[in-house]
Design a protein around this ligand. Sequence first.
Ligand code: FE2
Length: 366
Amino acid sequence: MQDFPLRKIDHVRFFVGNARQSAFFYRNAFGFEVVAYAGLETRMKQEAGYVLRQGEITFVLTSPLNSAHPESQRLVTHGDGVMEIALDVPDVKVAYAEAIRRGAKGVFEPQALTDEQGTYERASILAYGDTAYSFVNRDRYHGTFAPGYLPIEPDRYSVKTARPVGLAAIDHLVANVEEGKMNEWVEFHQRVLGFQQLQHFDDKDISTEYSALMSKVVQNGTGRIKFPINEPAQGKRKSQIEEYLQYYGGPGVQHIALITGDIIKTVTALRDNDVSFLRVPQSYYDGLPARIGPIREDLAALAELGILVDKDDEGYMLQIFTKPVADRPTLFFEIIQRRGSKSFGKGNFKALFEAIEREQDKRGTL
Ligand code: FE2
C-alpha cells in the first residue's frame, strides 16, 4: 500500500430537497453558522448552496433549482443524503492522477475555479454507491468557501444569533455497503487512498438477539481521517444496515461523528434545540463503573442525557447517536468526546443497536 497525501476532511456536501430549510435546521438545531451562499443571486443557475461552519466542520447543503440539474434524480432515489466527501490535498492534479492510476473511477477531472479571492481547485472520484470523494485545495483561495459562493447576507442569517453547541471537528464518517461488499471497499481505500485497516468487528461482536452487522475501520496514515465501513450480516430479523440500504436506495453515508470537548454541555444544548437522540435503558448505567473504571464525568448527568461510555487500552470515550435527521431511516449523527481513546470500543454496540432496533420496530422495518 502506497501512501497518499490527504491532509484532512475539507467539507461534506449534502444533496437535499430544500437547502434553505435544511440550513435553518442545521443552524438552529445543531448550532452551525451559515457563512456563505450560492444561488441565483450569485449567478449560480442550476443550484442553491449553503455553507455551514462550526469549529473545523464545514457542511455544504446543495439543492437543484430545476429538473435539468444532472443530480436531481438523487432526491427521488435517496432523499436527502451525503453526495460528496471533500478531502484536502496538497496538489489536486497529482492526487487525481494517482487515484486514477490506482484504479479509481473519475467523476470529474481537475478544475481550477477562480474569482477575485483567488483560485480553488477540485477533482472527484467515485466511492461507494454514487457517493464521491473529492480532492480539493484552497491554499491559493482566500474567500469564504469557493468561487460562486458569497458571504451570507446579514438579513438572512445573522451571525450574531448563531448559537454554537461546541462541535469541533469530524471524528469519523461511516459508510453502509451491501452484504459481501465490505472487504472490497476496505481494499479500495487501501489501494487507492493508502489507508490502513485499524479495527475489525465481526457479527459476533456486533449482534443483538435480532440482527447483526460487520464493520471494518480504515484510516489514513496520520489517523486524522477515519472511515468505518459496515455491511449487514445474517440475523433473525432485518439488520439496520439492510434497512438503510433499502431506504437510501443503495450504499451511502450512514452517520457522521462530530467531536466535542464537553459532551454533557453539547448534548444538553442540542436537546434544548429539540435534537432527538436514541435512548438506552437505565440499566445500562448500573454496571458502568465496574465496566469502565473511573471517569471524570458525573454518571447521573450521563444517564440523564443517555450518553454511553466505552474504553480501549488508551482511555475512554463518550458517545451518543441522534435519531435519523430526515423521514427516511438513513443518515444520523453521532456526538463523541474522546478521553484518551483513539479507536472504537465494542462495549456499546449492543446497547446502541438494541436502541436502533426499538426504533426499527416502531417503523415496522425490523
Ligand atoms: Fe460512529
